[in-house]
Ligand binder design. Sequence first.
Ligand SMILES: [Zn+2]
Length: 131
Amino acid sequence: MREKERICKTCGAVYTGKSCWNCDTNFSAGHADPLVVLTRELADALDTLNYGEAKSVYRRAGIEQRQFLRVKNRQTKYTSLHVADAILSALERPELLHNGTVRVIPNPRWTKEKWEFYLNYHCPEDNLTDF
Ligand SMILES: [Zn+2]
């Protein structure tokens, strides 16, 4: 059976399966996001929620309960920015991402080489030497 071909969001190469042969981005394991937040900083915003409120937040955020609980119970070190954004929007606290309460940082799992692929693909005009 022929595998489905996809375009890599990091480097633009065509790949099949779960990771890109060219830049090694693994799209199945949450490594694909260039920006992440520290889970504990995000989890602090969820500590005051009771069970019913927590349930309504992850439903409104459009994420799985599992994913929500990994954040709430601080089971991972980092959480993708898009997940953090969905949770904080559902919580009606989007400002936490902008006032430094929940800091947005480059994904520490990304190598310099991968960043170069990513920036070259997404911002080909930019000068990368300062990065
Ligand atoms: Zn790639």
